[in-house]
Design a protein around this ligand. Structure first.
Ligand SMILES: CC(C)(COP(=O)(O)OP(=O)(O)OC[C@H]1O[C@@H](n2cnc3c(N)ncnc32)[C@H](O)[C@@H]1OP(=O)(O)O)[C@@H](O)C(=O)NCCC(=O)NCCS
Length: 164
């Protein structure tokens, strides 16, 4: 299946697929965002947001946008400011359940790192949610346990980053 899945930029027709994946990934938590908020993350930085396309079906997505280090989106609000920063914040990554465990997240992350380098970003940050810190550590992100995060990201959220 891996060869039939390709990475491309997000287009307008992708949003119902993205919203469905997002809702199913975060359905048991308070992390799920409104569609308008999700769309605003991608509109802030279309060049660093991607979907995995499998036979015209959205198998996964990754949304990243510039944010100064140690700042991050407010989950309850749309983006109002477009930051100019050498830090790219990986806001969300979801792989559809039936596509997990095949290295597709790793593939999207590699694509993001290459894209970030070509656009002169120096670091990539993220907030690990839902107990995913070990997944991110395995993908070279280092935890900044000293950074306090709002409860909206969940009690176990951890700010992490890596050099590009
Ligand atoms: C986390 C997620 C993106 C991984 O996608 P994937 O395509 O299955 O990942 P890969 O195939 O590249 O890597 C799989 C590896 O990650 C590990 N892994 C997957 N999810 C994990 C998690 N939540 N915590 C720790 N490890 C995890 C798997 O055990 C596997 O390990 P292995 O290679 O040692 O067998 C996917 O499970 C997902 O979309 N989850 C829901 C949304 C989410 O939690 N996003 C990240 C939080 S911001």
């Amino acid at each position: 299946m891996g060869h039939d899945v390709h990475i491309r930029h997000v287009s307008d027709g992708d949003w119902s697929g993205i919203v469905a994946l997002e809702a199913s990934a975060y359905t048991d938590s308070a992390l799920s965002e409104e569609r308008a908020a999700l769309e605003s993350r991608a509109h802030a930085s279309p060049a660093t947001c991607f979907v995995l396309d499998f036979e015209q079906q959205i198998a996964g997505y990754l949304l990243a946008l510039p944010y100064p280090m140690f700042q991050y989106p407010d989950l309850s609000r749309m983006e109002e400011t477009i930051f100019h920063s050498r830090n790219l914040h990986l806001h969300d990554l979801v792989i559809g359940e039936s596509f997990r465990g095949r290295g597709l997240a790793k593939r999207l992350l590699h694509h993001l790192t290459v894209t970030a380098g070509s656009k002169m970003y120096e670091r990539i940050s993220l907030i690990a949610v839902g107990g995913s810190e070990t997944f991110w550590s395995a993908n070279e992100y280092k935890a900044h346990h000293e950074v306090a995060l709002p409860r909206s990201y969940g009690a176990d959220a951890v700010y992490m980053s890596k050099a590009v």
